[in-house]
Design a protein around this ligand. Structure first.
Ligand code: ADP
Ligand code: MG
Length: 264
């Protein structure tokens, strides 16, 4: 069992799209998947078809404020093998509400560890969709994860933000989670007609070397349509370029595991 956060403090870089479609791709390969929506915007929640969670307390917020257990709030999605812990705007209050708690960075990890001890072996992967910030919620995700996937939008300034993210990750490794690894960097929203995209790709591959996945996610309108239908693009339109790219990313992700074992 691996806990993997999809992280980048920039908004709109393809985190949620990657969570939903990697989750769906893995689920189609008979892996048992739990997605945790850790963004108060709840985009992974609606994108996976749970559209009525706005006023619910059966969310990750309920778990983190101590009123619910993880098993209380796990919901099935329409996708077989893919479960979800949803989120809504209530989660944005957590940072202020826990201000006096010195141990709050460990809140999610403590809850997950307790749950995993009871339910050993059920899920193959837990994927955490992070908010677009380096706030408490993101720190909680970093503290709880074995490894990270960083989506990188193939646009100008993309690498600058990543430098700041890497500093944060190093700090978390030193102080809170020495096991944490960057599993890989995924180029997203790639436009092959735009020279900038290939420039960003070159820079990223020069700098991060083999950490950059071979698969590149193209800009594809089907990827932006799928969430409003509450389903992964892999189900909405399984033959569009966006789906093909997420299928091949899923394969690369699984092969990575076989190559480097649990060290991933
Ligand atoms: P984040 O979670 O990092 O904020 P999202 O995954 O929500 O980013 O993506 C931001 C917006 O761009 C969404 O509307 C999404 O549907 C759209 N989108 C994501 N990836 C692509 C892509 N490869 N091609 C076209 N649109 C995309
Ligand atoms: Mg998002």
């Amino acid at each position: 069992m691996q806990i993997i956060s999809i992280i980048n403090q920039k908004g709109g870089v393809g985190k949620t799209t990657t969570v939903i479609n990697l989750a769906a791709g893995l689920a189609q390969q008979q892996k048992k998947i739990l997605v945790i929506d850790l963004d108060p915007q709840g985009n992974a929640t609606t994108g996976l078809g749970l559209s009525n969670m706005q006023n619910s307390s059966d969310t990750i917020y309920g778990v983190l404020n101590g009123t619910k257990s993880i098993s209380d709030v796990i919901k099935k999605t329409k996708v077989e093998n893919l479960d979800l812990i949803s989120s809504n705007v209530d989660l944005s209050g957590l940072e202020v509400e826990t201000a006096g708690d010195n141990e709050r960075a460990f809140l999610l990890k403590v809850k997950l560890t307790a749950y995993l001890n009871d339910s050993e072996g059920f899920y193959d992967y837990i994927l955490i969709d992070c908010p677009p910030s380096l706030s408490l919620l993101t720190v909680m995700a970093l503290v709880s994860s074995n490894s990270l996937v960083v989506p990188l939008q193939a646009e100008f300034f993309a690498l600058e933000g990543v430098t700041q993210l890497l500093k944060t990750i190093d700090r978390i490794k030193i102080n809170l989670n020495p096991e944490l690894k960057i599993r890989g960097i995924l180029l997203t929203m790639y436009d092959k007609r735009n020279k900038l995209s290939s420039q960003v790709e070159k820079e990223a591959r020069d700098y991060f070397k083999e950490k950059v996945y071979i698969t590149i996610i193209p800009r594809n309108v089907r990827l932006s349509e799928a969430p409003s239908h509450g389903m992964p693009v892999l189900i909405y339109d399984k033959s569009c370029p966006g789906s093909k790219s997420y299928f091949s990313f899923t394969d690369e992700f699984i092969n990575q595991e076989q190559k480097i074992g649990s060290a991933a």
